[in-house]
Design a protein around this ligand. Structure first.
Ligand SMILES: [Zn+2]
Length: 360
């Protein structure tokens, strides 16, 4: 009896010591986080229904105070049918607790701030939560259109036939626009190669890759070395002639213009891709192209950018213009004129387009 009670006392002492140590440990662990400054806030929430590749999409736009956006996405696909976006280091600001977007795709959007280091956006969907029925991504701040950095949650209408996740782009049409041509050589490299010839060679390979690997049909604005309008056309007549190729194919799913970059300093190098400022689809297309080109290795990332280029502004389908590399840089000029590298560039662009067409 005596021995047992001593043992119990001892155990209680250790429990006590352990509890005190735990409290110190917790204070140590949690203090720095509590005092850490939350660095972001949701400034506004906007919803709109857009049509993307023939499907209705409810686009939920979260305007962010700063561009330091950190988020994770999870789903509750059964019973609740929810897509949940966890924004760390983010406060809700003046956002309402819930918003009914009055959409057939979404019942309600809930906003919670379980702690001052985290906000949670929960989307109650009406349909199944499949990998292809939602997409979460960010768009960079856009000074021209006075838009801050945004987190976009797209909720997509199920595809007809229900073949979700493995939908392919077979049978779709895209427009490929090889820059310059004919009387317009475009930029000229140090060793004398022309932008118009590189653009045409790569574009032809993009067309072949799209057909062979994805069953996607490409309509080219030019198939040989010529002006699309006429040799004596003004710049805007020439560019409009390229836009017209798309307007004559209104069911085309995308327009991609292919160019080489140029600069007075021959050491300038890298790849950049453009889209027109207000286009979410254009941003996705341009982002895909830039990513796949960089995945090749050997090209430096100059970023995805917005621009008011004529062909991006006046086409009526998602559009992007890629500057493959600098023809004015001797090293990149050599790469751009290399048949094998042209094929790899073309495969990367074709892959990016096929991803775009399947909603990625
Ligand atoms: Zn050009």
């Amino acid at each position: 009896m005596k021995l047992t009670s001593v043992y119990i006392v001892k155990e209680n002492v250790w429990r006590h010591v352990f509890a005190v140590l735990s409290i110190f440990l917790m204070m140590f662990l949690f203090l720095p986080q509590c005092s850490a400054k939350t660095d972001n806030k949701i400034e506004y929430v906007r919803t709109e229904t857009v049509n993307e590749a023939g499907r209705d999409v409810l686009r939920i736009e979260l305007g962010m105070e700063s561009d330091k956006v950190k988020y994770t996405v999870s789903t509750k696909p059964y019973l609740k049918k929810q897509v949940i976006v966890n924004l760390s280091g983010t406060r809700l600001g003046k956002v309402k607790e819930q918003i009914n977007p009055k959409s057939p795709l979404v019942k309600m959007i809930h906003f919670e701030e379980p702690s001052n280091q985290r906000s949670v956006v929960t989307v109650d969907m009406t349909g199944q939560v499949l990998r292809s029925s939602y997409k979460v991504y960010t768009l960079p701040a856009d000074a021209k259109n006075k838009k801050p950095c945004r987190v976009i949650i797209d909720i997509k209408q199920p595809r007809a036939g229900g073949d979700e996740g493995t939908v392919d782009a077979k049978g779709r049409t895209v427009i490929i626009d090889p820059g310059h041509g004919g009387s317009d050589t475009g930029a000229i490299g140090a060793s004398g190669s022309t932008e118009k010839s590189v653009c045409l060679a790569v574009s032809k390979k993009v067309k072949a890759s799209l057909a062979k690997n994805y069953g996607i049909k490409a309509v080219m604005t030019r198939e040989n070395d010529r002006d699309v309008h006429s040799p004596d056309a003004t710049a805007s007549q020439e560019l409009q002639a390229r836009v017209n190729v798309q307007l004559r194919n209104p069911s085309a799913a995308a327009f991609v213009s292919i160019h080489c970059n140029a600069f007075t300093n021959p050491s300038t190098y890298g790849t950049e891709t453009y889209y027109f400022g207000s286009s979410g689809d254009g941003a996705r297309l341009a982002g895909n192209i830039q990513r796949e080109m960089l995945n090749l290795g050997g090209l430096a990332d100059r970023g995805v950018k917005t621009a008011n280029f004529y062909v991006l502004k006046h086409t009526t389908v998602p559009s992007s213009l890629v500057e493959l590399a600098f023809i004015t840089n001797p090293h990149e000029e050599a790469m751009l004129n290399d048949d094998y590298f042209q094929s790899r560039l073309a495969d990367a662009i074709a892959k990016a387009i096929s991803k775009f067409l399947t909603g990625r």
